[in-house]
Design a binder for this molecule. Structure first.
Ligand code: ATP
Length: 346
């Protein structure tokens, strides 16, 4: 659907060249939500703006539906761009136009007749949940409502692809979730392919099917969200996964456990939703007669089902029983990470 081959982007600045993207190859499949995560300066904006050629690559090719956009110019490029909608962190609305007029704008540019435009705007207002707000001005809307206008405007010309440039970064957590929910509905109901960039792992976790981790202009890791969450390979990916899997809440609990219980091991279990239905803690207890203390637990929802994290303090007067319990849990397909083991015993 979207194919980037060996893309590099070098900006020429007064301080010399800046290599923002280095030999990027990516394949986004039709109908999927693909997330690109990276820290500030990693090259995310450059990458997403290349997909609709708002930025020209220095080398490499960009194909959308087998059409090489980097070879197009003028009218042909404008026509192909209409098949790619885009939404932005700061909405980029026209402040002197009403909600309805903002949504109508791309239809005017595409030369759609007035009557058809008005009908389409009505449909889009309903689609994004803004019924009754068509005559409002952007300044009269909340951030979430402004982004809904942005989404409606981006969908006006029935694009096949929606690019989201940090679309929820300016929103509070509750509004973020409502916009993410809307994006999932659009993806499912309209079959739209979505590419989003973000620095927030919970955005990736909640709605993406696949993720690419961008670091210093390189895609350093890529895969299905569930796999990347379960087995992050690169340090930077581990840091992003920590954003959602760990919290100060349990870090301080672990400190407390370690200072009060001077033996045993604190282990973090990461498991898929289907395993969550098995009585694993009960089984460990029964099989090895250990003392087990549940320190912290969380179930997160991803596009492919639930993902669980459970932190346990396991203790026994016989070290081998703890090892046996860990082996047992691992044999059930659970990822086990020993956070602190017997550190304080000596
Ligand atoms: N128009 C430009 N001219 C010169 N350098 C640029 C330009 N746009 C981006 N860069 C540089 O390219 C690199 C990648 O920037 P980019 O904005 O793509 O990263 P980002 O991951 O989106 O960061 P942020 O989240 O802070 O926007 C940075 O070093 C940046 O300074």
């Amino acid at each position: 659907m979207i194919r980037l081959d060996n893309i590099t982007k070098i900006y020429q600045t007064s301080n010399g060249p800046v290599e923002a993207l280095k030999d990027i190859s990516l394949d986004v499949k039709e109908g999927e939500i693909f997330g690109i995560i990276g820290y500030s300066g990693a090259g995310k904006s450059t990458l997403i703006r290349l997909i609709n050629l708002l930025e020209q690559p220095t080398s490499g090719s960009i194909k959308v539906h087998n059409q090489d956009l980097s070879q197009l110019t003028g009218k042909k490029l404008r026509k192909e761009r209409q098949k790619i909608g885009m939404i932005f962190q700061h909405f980029n609305l026209l402040w002197s136009r009403t909600v309805a007029e903002n949504i109508e704008f791309p239809l005017e540019i595409a030369g759609v007749p007035k009557k058809v435009r008005k009908e389409r705007v009505k449909e889009l207002i309903t689609l994004v949940g803004l019924d009754g707000r068509g005559k409002s001005y952007p300044s009269q809307l909340s951030g979430g409502q402004k982004q809904r206008v942005g989404i409606a405007r981006a969908l006006a010309n029935n694009p096949k692809v929606l690019l989201c440039d940090e679309a929820t970064s300016a929103l509070d957590p509750k509004t973020t979730n409502s916009i993410l929910k809307l994006l999932v509905e659009i993806n499912r109901n309209l079959g739209l392919t979505i590419v989003l960039i973000t620095h927030e792992m919970h955005v990736i976790q909640s709605i993406c099917h696949r993720v690419g981790v961008l670091d210093n202009g390189h895609i350093v890791e890529e895969g299905r969200v569930k796999d990347v969450f379960n087995h992050p390979k690169e340090d930077i990916t581990k840091e992003f996964v920590k954003q959602v899997n760990e919290s100060d809440e349990w870090a301080s609990l672990i400190e407390e456990i370690i200072s009060t219980h001077r033996s045993g091991k604190v282990v973090k279990l990461t498991f898929n939703g289907d395993i969550a239905e098995q009585p694993i803690v009960n089984d460990i207890y029964r099989d090895t007669s250990l003392t087990i203390n549940i320190v912290w637990g969380k179930i997160s929802h991803t596009q492919e089902g639930a993902l669980g994290t459970l932190v346990l303090h396991i203790d026994s007067d016989q070290e081998q029983n703890i090892e046996k319990a860990i082996d047992f849990v691992e044999s059930k397909g659970v990822l086990v990470e020993v956070i602190e083991h017997d550190a304080a015993i000596s």
